[in-house]
Design a protein around this ligand. Structure first.
Ligand SMILES: Nc1ncnc2c1ncn2[C@@H]1O[C@H](COP(=O)(O)OP(=O)(O)OP(=O)(O)O)[C@@H](O)[C@H]1O
Length: 112
């Protein structure tokens, strides 16, 4: 299994959710976040306000997937989140040792 984490612009969330649904993702977690990337010296605009050398509002998406799904899920997030402008975000994945579905006790890929 892999845990895919994406930090994206909040206004792209609906597009990303739709794209994830289309590639068969069954669950996800969304959290409000803030941060900056390497362009911190540049100005980023969010809801008409300019943020410069400050933490810019983002959303973090976490998706637990089977290994075979990981590439397609990452590609879907990148394509749906991209505007081509600074601050579009970042997507990464890490290996996951185990997962458990609380209701049934299923473990491993069956729990995804
Ligand atoms: N190295 C990092 N570690 C953790 N979070 C990061 C990192 N880089 C970026 N982020 C998170 O991703 C958000 C979006 O990053 P951003 O798109 O600005 O990254 P970037 O790689 O500098 O790309 P760009 O040059 O297009 O701005 C940041 O606000 C921050 O929350």
């Amino acid at each position: 299994m892999k845990l895919i984490t994406a930090v994206i612009k909040p206004f792209r969330l609906d597009e990303v959710k739709t794209a994830l649904n289309e590639v068969g993702v069954r669950g996800l977690t969304v959290t409000e976040a803030s941060g900056y990337g390497r362009q911190r010296g540049h100005t980023e605009v969010y809801r008409g306000a300019e943020y410069r050398i400050d933490l810019v509002p983002k959303v973090r998406i976490e998706v637990l997937v089977e290994d075979a799904e990981a590439d397609a899920v990452m590609d879907a997030i990148v394509a749906a989140a991209r505007t081509g402008k600074v601050g579009d975000g970042k997507v990464w994945s890490v290996p996951v040792e185990t997962a458990v579905r609380v209701r049934t006790g299923e473990q491993g890929p069956d729990a995804v």
